[in-house]
Design a protein around this ligand. Sequence first.
Ligand code: HEM
Ligand code: HEM
Length: 175
Amino acid sequence: MTQYSKRMVIAHWLTLAMLVAAWFLGEELAEATDESKATVLGYLVHMLAGGAVLLLTAARLLFRSKDGTPPVLGQALMDKVAKGTHHVLYTLLFVLPVSGVITVLTSDAIKGISAGDASLLPKENGYEHVFAHEVHEVLVTALIVVAVLHILGAIKHQFIDKDGLMERMMLRRKD
Ligand code: HEM
Ligand code: HEM
């Protein structure tokens, strides 16, 4: 095996797309809340994109256990760092959406969403005492930092080492 399975590749890139969407929609939602103008639809689209990340991650871990992964490539120490980074990414891809679900359940958001009434949703400073919201924010930052490290690693392989690592995460099959 020299590449990731097709379904692992699709899930990797789909996760990236959903992550960018959830991030953007989350920022929009936070801005709307600050202006006390959040809508139920705004919540639903953010929750859908974030929920998709959670489902894709669960599917990915299942595919991974069935399909396996190509053998490590490169220097021993850097491979360990890359492997550790992947584990941290999987953990964050799982706990970040879960912290979002807990934010909804432990705040006024659940009242507004279940009644379909935007006037019941949290207003400006409405998340001030919601611990899960703080955790959600910190995890977003952590995910961005680790994802940037991961992308820098991929760029190094592509343009400095020129070892064809990117092809392992591409749909085009070698064999
Ligand atoms: C990987 C997936 C996710 C990402 C990248 C993400 C990202 C974000 C971001 C960037 C914010 C704005 C934080 C701020 O500056 O205040 C946010 C807020 C929030 N997210 Fe998520 N989120 C994800 C998943 C979820 C899920 C699955 C749920 C619920 C089912 C959720 C519920 C919330 C709630 C309730 C807020 C607070 C909105 C507000 O401050 O008005 N998130 N999210
Ligand atoms: C432009 C953005 C990205 C590029 C170019 C990229 C590239 C790659 C490549 C080439 C691999 C295979 C590494 C190997 O064979 O050892 C990989 C694996 C992986 N990527 Fe990305 N990636 C990107 C974004 C992301 C993001 C945003 C995440 C998650 C937040 C992510 C999570 C992962 C994980 C968890 C693996 C490990 C797969 C496994 O072994 O199960 N990637 N990525």
